[in-house]
Design a protein around this ligand. Structure first.
Ligand code: GLU
Length: 478
């Protein structure tokens, strides 16, 4: 399949922020395109003019870019088969629809909404359009026109079975008798989804359609249109859906659902991409942590699963933690700054900031947690958790430690973390009757307001003599 003819697309509707499901579909299309040196195309499906918004288009662009899924053709960059936004293509759909009417495979339907409703009400099972406009006499048409009715265009569905081979789902067989003649052009002149998507996929020479299995029921209709247009039918791959851990559709109730929300919450785009790649696909080598380049190398549609994938938030957190810990320190420090806007970072050099990030990143699952994790490195005094104050600082043993530590603070080697370690090691053993742990506990509580956190020598070195003395003194008097 190493050829130029692999052309795939992601075709989101800008009626909301880019959803994880669409992001996963985009990723699979991207990986497939890049693996086979083909093209990945972005098409904006904004035929629903009322619900489509510019803000959502921007969110789609930003989210795909953040994930590193750069498109080869799209509304913003053009390409050989423009335009790439459906609202700019209405003339094209009209031309194709007219052609289908001319060739006798589609017809004008003058039925009003009320008439169709009445049909639906009478139906005993699933309503199938009665096809009563299929063979109207010229007089009937004339009288509808006179009434001021504006027609839709319906596609004639032949009564046969339709079979196709899906790369993921295998052989599928549909009874077309269960599908009524469906509308391809609405009376307002806009195309329906099933029609626009086929016109565009033909014009944009799409070779493979990889999408969620919620679109399987649309596929027979789409194949019929390809056949009517004498166009080559692309290969289809319908991927199993993404479900929440409770096996229901992933929704707001389970947490974030938009890519941008996950990123804002502190998931690294690289980790997020890695995680969603594993929703319905697994690498042959069993090695789950993979960069985008490694994913491209490892990807194959044959390993895509047809069963639903469960979105395990715990696994995403675990994976994000891995990425936070393993990202080059300078890079993760830069990214952390998004979450440190409320601190005066200028009190530290870049190298010191990196030391802070290195000292606190180990237990983080989301990068946003860094705001709280570094808080005690900023400000002169420190806010002390009331329980820590009561249970740790105010007990007599700790007060004794703090007195001794205050004296020691004068002579510590603040600029040398190695020496500080040694000095603390000596101090830890210097108070008879108290366990080394208890001693360090008191100091940590006084300096950071908590009982857990970064390495004490790092903290002492970065806070410096003045703040160490101030905080120790505050804790002594509290
Ligand atoms: N606009 C459709 C959607 O958002 C595209 C479906 C397709 O890939 O054909 O689901």
């Amino acid at each position: 399949m190493e050829n130029q003819n692999i052309r795939v697309r992601i075709a989101p509707s800008p009626t909301g922020f880019l959803h994880v499901g669409t992001a996963r579909t985009a990723l699979f299309n991207y990986l497939f395109a890049k693996k086979h040196k083909g093209s990945f195309i972005l098409r904006i499906e904004d035929t629903d003019l009322e619900r489509s918004k510019e803000e959502y288009i921007k969110n789609i662009y930003d989210s795909l870019k953040a994930m590193g899924l750069n498109w080869d053709e799209g509304p913003d960059i053009g390409g050989p088969y423009p335009p790439y936004k459906q609202s700019d293509r209405f003339d094209i759909y009209k031309k194709y629809a007219d052609k289908l009417v001319e060739s006798g495979v589609a017809y004008y339907c003058w039925c009003t909404q009320e008439e169709l409703e009445a049909e639906k009400e009478k139906a005993t099972s699933e309503h199938i359009y009665s096809r009563r406009c299929r063979n109207l006499s010229p007089e009937q048409v004339e009288s509808f026109k006179k009434e001021g009715r504006i027609p839709t265009i319906r596609f004639i569905v032949p009564e046969k079975r339709l079979k196709f081979d899906d790369i993921v789902k295998g052989s599928l067989d549909f009874d077309l008798a269960l599908i009524g003649d469906f509308v391809i052009m609405k009376s307002n002149g806009t195309p329906t989804y099933n029609f626009a998507v086929v016109v565009d996929d033909i014009e944009m020479k799409i070779s493979h359609i990889i999408r969620g299995e919620d679109h399987i029921s649309n596929t027979p209709k789409q194949i019929l249109i390809y056949e009517a247009m004498d166009a080559q039918i692309p290969k289809f791959a319908h991927v199993g859906m993404i479900l929440a851990p409770d096996r229901t559709k992933l929704s707001k109730r389970h947490g974030a659902t938009a890519v941008s929300e996950f990123i804002e919450q502190g998931y690294l785009p690289e980790a997020f991409v890695n995680f969603i790649a594993l929703l319905g696909w697994s690498p042959a080598d069993g090695q789950e942590i993979k960069s985008l380049d490694n994913l491209i190398e490892a990807f194959s549609l044959e390993r895509v699963s047809s069963s639903p994938a469960i979105f395990e938030f715990d696994k995403l957190n675990w994976m994000n933690g891995q990425y936070i810990r393993n990202m080059p320190l300078s890079e993760i420090t830069q990214r952390a700054k998004t979450y440190l806007k409320n601190y005066d970072l200028s009190i530290y050099t870049e190298a010191q900031l990196e030391t802070i990030v290195a000292a606190v990143r180990e237990p983080l699952t989301k990068l946003s947690e860094i705001t709280d994790a570094v808080s005690y490195f900023f400000g002169d005094s420190v806010e002390i958790d009331p329980e820590v104050k009561k249970d740790v600082i105010q007990i007599p043993e700790s007060q004794k430690v703090l007195q001794e530590f205050f004296n020691l603070a004068e002579s510590l080697s603040y600029d040398n973390i190695e020496e500080l370690h040694d000095q603390l090691a000596v101090f830890r053993k210097s108070i008879p009757d108290l366990k080394p742990k208890q001693i360090m506990w008191a100091i940590r509580a006084a300096l950071t307001g908590r009982i857990k956190g970064a390495d004490m020598a790092v903290i002492i070195s970065l806070l410096g003599k003045d703040r160490i003395k101030l905080r120790t003194n505050d804790a002594k008097e509290s």
